[in-house]
Design a protein around this ligand. Structure first.
Ligand code: GRF
Length: 191
């Protein structure tokens, strides 16, 4: 089973997938990294593990349809079956949604539908809630709106800062995403 990962930044979730693939916890091949930020750390992570990359600058295309058509060509060339978003900071458009219907998944650092969009960690702290978490969901045309696949909570302590809460959420993301990907692509649940 070949998957693609889409990332725009650091790529710690991408790294967790690479590690799980290499230690056998994840029975997939990461066949392509798609990245819209030429300087992103995620690209270095791919290179270090000989994972092919497709890096593009959206501003050199006339439209989302145009760059998604190029992405689709790459996905097909690499025989990609599933797409996992990991900090990809763009809405997926109709070109990819139609080609990969029901096979595009995103991870978001809140208990959706609470706190969609940017800086979900900051939004949760600002709202003063006692609990936030992680959501993994199918992607549709909206911003963090598709059907939920998995969720897990993270308690917010009074002493939490943006940094400490973000770290707790990311640690949970790295295990929950691996388990969920494995379940989705193989139908076998990890213990
Ligand atoms: C994660 O918190 C994910 O939930 C959100 O973007 C962040 C990406 O982090 N969609 P990283 O690049 O994987 O470290």
């Amino acid at each position: 089973m070949k998957i693609a990962v889409f990332a725009s930044g650091n790529g710690s979730n991408f790294q967790a997938m690479i590690d799980a693939m290499e230690n056998g916890a994840l029975s997939v091949e990461i066949g392509l990294l798609v990245c819209d930020k030429p300087g992103a750390m995620a690209i270095e992570r791919a290179k270090a593990h000989s994972i092919p990359t497709f890096v593009f600058a959206a501003k050199s295309y006339a439209s989302k349809e145009a760059f998604e058509t190029d992405i689709l060509e790459q996905l097909r060339a690499h025989q990609i079956e599933w797409i996992f978003l990991a900090g990809y900071m763009r809405l997926i458009g109709t070109v990819l949604l139609e080609a990969y219907k029901g096979r595009i998944v995103n991870i978001h650092p809140s208990l959706l539908p609470a706190f969609p969009g940017k800086d979900a960690v900051g939004q949760a702290l600002e709202a003063g809630v006692k609990e936030t978490g992680v959501t993994i969901h199918f992607v549709d045309e909206g911003m963090d709106t598709g059907p939920v696949i998995a969720q897990a909570p993270v308690p917010i302590e009074p002493s939490d800062t943006h940094k400490s809460l973000h770290q707790k959420i990311q640690a949970l993301e790295h295990t929950l995403y691996i388990q969920t990907i494995q379940t989705l692509v193989t139908g076998v649940k990890l213990s």
